[in-house]
Design a protein around this ligand. Sequence first.
Ligand code: ATP
Length: 251
Amino acid sequence: MSLLEVERLTAGYAAVPVVRDVGLSVERGELVALLGANGAGKTTTLLAISGLVSTYSGEIRLAGASISGLAPARRARAGIQHVPEDRSLFPSLTVDETIRLAGGTRRSPEWVLEYFPALRELGGRRVAALSGGEQQMLALARALCRDPSLLIVDEMSLGLAPLVVNAFFPVLRRIAAERECGVLIVEQHVHVALRWVDRVYVMAGGTMAASGTADEMRPKVDELTSAYLGEQTAPSPVPAPAGTHAVDSGS
Ligand code: ATP
């Protein structure tokens, strides 16, 4: 039994399906990327898993239990945490306040900050004054405070420099392995995704067009790019940082 199982999911807006018959799965400890050109349906698929858009048919199971009919808050209680594309942080709160609010009174966020030690230095700074990379760290840390079994991250790399993006991926891998949670991300750069993730799904026109392990997909990257992903240039080859244990401050 996979951690997340999505079967024949059809979902959309105002009774108009925009994703059709989508299937995917995520295992515990696994990092999975959803790829696709603009408008392919990636965000809608993530939102449907979290219960934030209407689902017209299909089945979504978390740890074997159906969550298809559950409201977003109940899916969150069941273990799903969703970091949206805009990160949805409150600009006037400080880093400390954001973490404290997310953790509640019972949970210590100390283990969360071990993944993002740069946030320790930024405790009193307001969200509005953080760089894009720092905001993404905080959004991920806030989601982690709820100790999710499934962490969903939409467009994690959006607006971030390649160096910063390359620092986030090892942390996501560590989180998946150490917290035994599944991590499902939307990534705009296929080359980056294939360097770091375990498996990828490729969406096109609201349906699932291809899927496979990163090892299987790497030799097909040019084919995938021209068939489904549009023009993409490989980001400059920034090496993985040595001692890939945490994300440092940066933008
Ligand atoms: P991008 O990479 O550009 O974010 P995506 O693959 O995440 O694209 P979605 O955002 O899921 O794609 O959009 C899929 C389709 O659904 C698009 O045609 C889009 O115009 C449409 N869509 C998205 N949000 C809404 C909405 N709130 N109401 C109506 N249609 C929408």
